[in-house]
Design a protein around this ligand. Structure first.
Ligand SMILES: Nc1nc2c(ncn2[C@@H]2O[C@H](COP(=O)(O)OP(=O)(O)OP(=O)(O)O)[C@@H](O)[C@H]2O)c(=O)[nH]1
Ligand SMILES: [Mg+2]
Length: 197
């Protein structure tokens, strides 16, 4: 699938203000700093689309991006706040969790979630809660191991095995990505298949 244009629409900090574009929507979730915003930029070939930062807890709002506006294969990508950022404090973390949960429950056009995990780290309790939650609520999801350039190629398979074991997701169902473009075609293919189902 070709990405012909991409634009930031708006940020939302209140789950009563979720937007409805009447377009298929795909969202990115995962721990703070796992690479959600960078992946959106990689997929759209637009480095300045989603703001990224080496400081964890950077994305605090729900950010909507309109992709292929007025073109074939038009859709929405959604950058969600990362979970589990310890320094944010309990109250803020709870606000984010509520925002994410309300988004997941109330987004009428949500067609798929990408759960991102940093390939270097074992998925934690919060990742497991997310997988469980999506399973229980019958929300289709895909797991992506990010930042594959940060480890030796020879170690990738072992890391994927660990992630697969911890999350109880089949090895072959975990995509490998990095911000330089690895995994781009695979992720866009998933979106393409959903759009043209
Ligand atoms: N080497 C490498 N660094 C990456 C990759 N993806 C993200 N990063 C870096 O990791 C840091 C966090 O990336 P973000 O995309 O901002 O992560 P995020 O998940 O959006 O973080 P929050 O908004 O805080 O939840 C940034 O410094 C990125 O440059 C990757 O594939 N490879
Ligand atoms: Mg971010």
């Amino acid at each position: 699938m070709k990405i012909l244009n991409s634009e930031f629409v708006t940020s939302v900090n209140d789950s009563n203000k979720l937007l409805n574009f009447n377009l298929a929507e795909f969202a990115f979730v995962g721990r703070s700093n796992c690479g959600k915003s960078s992946l959106i930029n990689m997929l759209t070939n637009n480095k300045s689309l989603a703001k990224t930062s080496s400081t964890p807890g950077y994305t605090k709002l729900i950010n909507y991006f309109h992709i292929n506006k007025n073109k074939k294969n038009e859709f929405i990508l959604v950058d969600l706040p990362g979970y589990g950022y310890s320094k944010a404090g309990k109250t803020i973390n709870k606000t984010w969790a509520t925002l994410i949960e309300n988004y997941l429950i109330n987004s009428k056009n949500l067609k798929g979630i990408f759960i991102l995990v940093d390939i270097r780290h074992e998925p934690n309790e919060l990742d497991l809660i997310m997988v469980d939650y999506l399973h229980k609520n019958l929300i289709p999801f895909y797991v992506i191991a990010t930042k594959s350039d940060k480890i030796a190629k020879s170690k990738i398979n072992n890391r994927i095995k660990t992630i697969s074991k911890v999350l109880k997701i089949a090895f072959g169902n975990i995509l490998v990505c990095n911000k330089e473009g690895v995994g781009r075609d695979e992720v866009l293919n998933i979106i393409d298949n959903v759009l043209n189902f």
